[in-house]
Design a protein around this ligand. Structure first.
Ligand SMILES: [Fe+2]
Ligand SMILES: [Fe+2]
Length: 313
């Protein structure tokens, strides 16, 4: 198993720390380029759109992707403050590393809000994005802390994979988008390692019943994330229609929603819970039957059809 240390994480965090103004600089998004790779935007799997429409889809989808990452970070920041207070006496570096982690996450939320403003300005209309971060964060944080930590670990490992596998070498991708997610990737690398340290610490002291509760709550949390993805997918369809200035046929709407939701589930659920480093933690804190329970729930989520094309509540 990989061995990380709180001291190593805080040292590296200070080394790579950046400011929002340096990330966003003076360059704007380039409308002539894709803003999100095909596998993360779903553009590769939607066949009713022309090449130009697919490029425009990636613009809408980058806005949604950045918003969803920032949305999920709303519960991660207070979770880390809570864990920092727990672990203060166990390791002299833990408190500092975890509070710095929380502070970076708040900075990321600010960054993604600024990204949203810039996307709206570039596209010429405000993207419809899901709301209710505070309410969802409170509901998430009311669940078993080990479950919330496992979900957090899945999220932070997928941010690593998305940048390295899909953005780092994508030379045609919009340069500003690449810079935003490169900077995010650099700070998230320490977060993911701290999730592993904290996950092992939390589960070590849990009773069998508490571990069972953590597994059930993780299933609930994954379904909650899926609900957010479904809501944003419907909004993405509306955003795309407005951006392209045409009304889709019923068949096109169905194909678009299907392709977008599949890509979102791959991004925000599948690529996290199947990441080798997430699995290393997950395997060390769960039994085979608990893992089968979570895998079965994930398999069911991935098969669910999107809701019909309507304006969500
Ligand atoms: Fe982040
Ligand atoms: Fe993070």
């Amino acid at each position: 198993m990989a061995t990380y240390t709180y001291g190593g994480c805080i040292e590296q965090a200070y080394r790579v720390n950046w400011k929002i103004k340096d990330v966003l600089g003076t360059v704007d998004f380039d409308l002539g380029r894709p803003w999100l790779p095909a596998d993360l935007s779903g553009s590769g799997g939607i066949f009713c759109l022309s090449p130009e429409e697919k490029r425009k889809l990636t613009h809408v989808e980058m806005g949604a992707y950045a918003h969803l990452v920032g949305f999920l970070e709303t519960f991660i920041a207070p979770l880390m403050v809570d864990l920092a207070l727990d672990s203060e006496e166990e390791d002299p570096h833990a408190f500092e590393a975890l509070t710095n982690f929380a502070s970076e996450e708040v900075k990321h939320m600010h960054l993604f809000r600024e990204v949203s403003r810039r996307v709206d300005a570039r596209l010429g209309f405000p993207l419809k994005l899901i709301e209710g971060q505070g309410e969802i964060a409170r509901a998430v944080l009311s669940r078993n802390k080990g479950a919330v930590l496992l979900l957090t670990a899945a999220i932070e490992w997928f941010t690593q994979q998305h940048y390295v596998s899909s953005m780092n070498h994508a030379d045609d991708l919009d340069p500003l988008t690449r810079e935003i997610f490169r900077c995010h990737w650099m700070e998230e690398a320490q977060h993911a390692r701290l999730d592993q340290l904290e996950g092992l610490r939390l589960f070590k002291d849990m009773t069998i019943m508490e571990r069972e509760e953590a597994v059930e709550d993780l299933v609930w949390l994954l379904a909650t994330v899926d609900g957010l993805l479904e809501r944003q997918t419907l909004l993405d369809g509306l955003n795309l229609e407005r951006y392209l200035g045409r009304t889709f046929t019923d068949q096109e709407r169905s194909d678009i929603l299907e392709g977008l939701l599949k890509a979102k589930r791959h991004c925000f659920i599948e690529s996290g819970v199947s990441h080798p480093n997430f699995l290393e933690l997950f395997l060390s804190v769960t039994t085979p039957s608990q893992r089968a329970r979570v895998q079965g729930a994930v398999d069911l989520l991935l098969q669910k059809r999107p809701a019909p094309w309507t304006l969500p509540d």
